[in-house]
Ligand binder design. Sequence first.
Ligand code: APQ
Length: 374
Amino acid sequence: MSEQFEFTLKATDGNARLGAIVMPRGEIRTPAFMPVGTAGTVKAMYLDQVRDLGADIILGNTYHLMLRPGAERVARLGGLHSLIRWQYPILTDSGGFQVMSLAALRQIDEKKGVTFKSHIDGSVHHMSPERSIEIQGLLGSDIQMQLDECVRLPAERAEIEKSTDMSLRWAERCRIAFGDQPGKAMFGIVQGGDLPDLRIRSARGLADLDLKGYAVGGLAVGEPQEVMLAMLETTLPELPTTKPRYLMGVGTPDDILKSVARGIDMFDCVMPTRAGRHGLAFTRRGKVNLRNARHAEDLRPLDEESNCPAARDYSRAYLHHLVRANESLAGMLLTWNNLHYYQDLMQGIRAAIAEGRFTDFMAETQESWARGDI
Ligand SMILES: CCCSCc1cc(N)cc2c(=O)[nH]c(N)nc12
């Protein structure tokens, strides 16, 4: 097994890319969907199931894990992979995004980083770019993200510009702190909001750092899909084609198809897991809200042709009952169904790119959703 981090571009179909990242802990087939395992668990799933569905990598969250159980404690316990019993690659986000989303009383200082109060117990924490990389190292993360600031849109140009330039300087500090860790990688995160010139400045500045991979951040924060896609069209040509591109926090199946078509290799999103816990099922014929009374006596499964037991073997009537009764099994079955749907979609995308038929695959998939659920 390689002791390095090696990305290979295997085929292209337009701007869609088929590739693979080979790391000591395993291969990541791209385009890849990375289930979110925020606090060391992909909620409502056994990690063996997550692997069996086709996930090559999962995400962890620096913010959550540093607060509980604590980065040094995870290290004393043998690292995250051993603790959660996941032997394959783990990507960890750097924490800044979650601080701004979850923490109270947070302050940002370019030199010190972010200071915040834990949403769990109110304790005060400081996280500099260097500390974020240190924490991700203590966790044993295979792909570590730079500390960045994600500006919520809409925002004034001056705010976006100041934040983007700071994140670029934080990338350099993170690169220095990360040093040289064979078999591991640190990704930069392109910011720039919805301003093309700042997107280009951020992407070019990160490309100059010659990092092992590049994320596109600052999107999926409430902007219309067309704005997100326009920023991809501006950003991606500025990034090296020989390195993986990761679109953070994205997205719906439609977002994923359209972003693959523009050259994205990696995705993460809480959508399939969170939606599953809220009674929403993704299927080949579109979304099905099992809370809706129309399912109360419908003995059909979600998809009788699926090879996922959650989609094939349980009636909508039963799923409706479980959702209405707020039973744990509802979230378990629907999360299973949704992650299966997402990984099945990614496998279909990879096969379509390999065979030069991605455009047709995208159109057929979208048409299937549009036919709706009978
Ligand atoms: C476990 C969650 C990973 S993705 C979180 C996320 C999501 C979105 N939408 C944007 C960003 C961003 O700009 N920066 C960072 N670090 N993270 C982001």
